[in-house]
Design a protein around this ligand. Structure first.
Ligand code: CO8
Length: 376
């Protein structure tokens, strides 16, 4: 009988050239906060304004596991008169910034899968933000790579990659697509509030990509059968950005804190960990797989303590770094790309038959998982 299963046959990771360490970020934020407090001394004294608290590199590393992050455009971020990247404007006939990131990651994934543009007929750009609404970034990427068929963008915050992988799996399983590229160009820095002590350290920029195809066409050295996928959403206001295309006509200030990423981090931590643990357990059980059968957990990378807690709820002990790798220290939270970076860096040592789970969790709330098995 013909093998009708769908496989992951290639993964690509592209990182920007520049990085920002916690120390650099904290030095700039604290200098900015000092100027703010000095300039507003009178109002702070009367209670009209709150003094800006100082940040600490030690706190960041301990509370989150983050030590450094990649940044697409470092220019402007550490400048206390700007506190945001200064991206160049590209003309309509130039490749956009986000499409460039996506193309870089996609080429690496195609190479690993041993595929060319001719083998792909669907491109999904899945991430937390796209830099414009239309034409879709995915269609620009499709044209840049010379791919036929269809392309579209998908926004599901931190779960964009897993949700898109489910769409890709279903398209191949149904026979409507032969090969799909799922790309996650996470250009998060434009939405980070670098003047907010509670969130200035959380995010980094990166792009990841995955090639999916039918098992029968796979020629990759490292490939994984998708045993199942499960995606759920449940509305929450605890992680939010209010910037949108209507901001211009509501006459709101696009620099207001509520137009940028903001969250109730404590609540997110408390609510999402049990949700993610239950999600993984029920997904595995629907496939008759026990938690202890998992060789590897490629978990979303938001906070090291979240990942340890999730594994502890399921295993009764914290997972080791070999079981549940952490890439947060070098990459920070890269929204939907986090679990794919972990997969990209930690999959080649698995042997045929090993089972792992890719799982994302984040704004929405949204949780997505794929249970995969290494092939011969
Ligand atoms: N430096 C020094 N002290 C600090 C700092 C800092 N930078 N920040 C907070 N503190 C202080 C606080 O003021 C507090 O002091 P006190 O006890 O005196 O009140 C103390 O440290 C503890 O503060 P918290 O309780 O806030 O600290 P936590 O231990 O909870 O850690 C975290 C904060 C790291 C944010 C943590 O809560 C966390 O990681 N939560 C999970 C959040 C999460 O996973 N969110 C997901 C967001 S990503 C997502 O969904 C995708 C969105 C789309 C992408 C957006 C791209 C821009």
């Amino acid at each position: 009988m013909q093998d009708r299963s769908v496989v992951i046959s290639g993964v690509g990771l592209w990182t920007p050239q520049n990085t920002i360490t916690n120390e650099e970020l904290v030095e700039s934020y604290n200098a900015w906060a000092k100027v703010y407090n000095d300039d507003n001394e009178a109002k702070i004294k009367t209670g009209e304004l709150l003094a800006k608290p100082f940040s600490s590199a030690d706190f960041i590393a301990k509370a989150s596991g983050i030590k450094s992050r990649y940044i697409y455009c470092k220019n402007g971020v550490l400048d206390i008169d700007r506190m945001r990247p200064k991206l160049s404007v590209r003309a309509d006939d130039e490749l956009s910034h986000q499409a460039e990131m996506a193309v870089n990651a996609a080429k690496k994934a195609l190479l690993e899968a041993n595929k060319t543009a001719a083998d792909i007929d669907m491109v999904i750009v899945a991430c937390a933000y796209t830099q414009r609404s239309y034409p879709a970034i995915a269609i620009e990427v499709q044209a840049a790579l010379g791919i036929n068929g269809q392309a579209f963008d998908m926004l599901v915050a931190c779960s964009a990659a897993t949700f898109a992988l489910q769409r890709a799996h279903d398209a191949i399983a149904s026979g409507s697509s032969r090969g799909v590229l799922v790309i996650n160009p996470e250009l998060t820095s434009p939405q980070v509030n670098y003047t907010d002590r509670d969130s200035h350290f959380i995010f980094g920029d990166v792009a990841t990509a995955i090639v999916l195809e039918a098992a029968k066409t796979c020629q990759s050295e490292h490939s994984y059968t998708i045993l199942g996928s499960k995606c759920v959403t449940s509305f929450s206001n605890n992680i939010r950005s209010n910037f949108g295309y209507t901001t211009r006509v509501t006459d709101e200030d696009p620099y207001e804190a509520d137009k940028l990423f903001h969250q109730n981090g404590r609540k997110v931590f408390k609510e999402v960990c049990p949700m993610a643990a239950e999600h993984i357990e029920s997904h595995l059980s629907s496939l008759d797989i026990g938690v202890t059968q998992l060789r590897r957990w490629w978990l979303h990378q938001a906070n090291i303590n979240m990942n340890l807690l999730i594994s502890k709820r399921l295993l009764g002990r914290e997972a080791t770094l070999d079981e549940a790798p952490i890439v947060l220290d070098r990459f920070a939270n890269t929204a939907s790309a986090g679990s794919i970076i972990a997969f990209s860096e930690h999959h080649k040592d698995l042997v045929a038959g090993d089972i792992g789970v890719i799982c994302s969790f984040g704004a929405g709330y949204s949780i997505g998982s794929l249970v995969i098995q290494k092939r011969d």
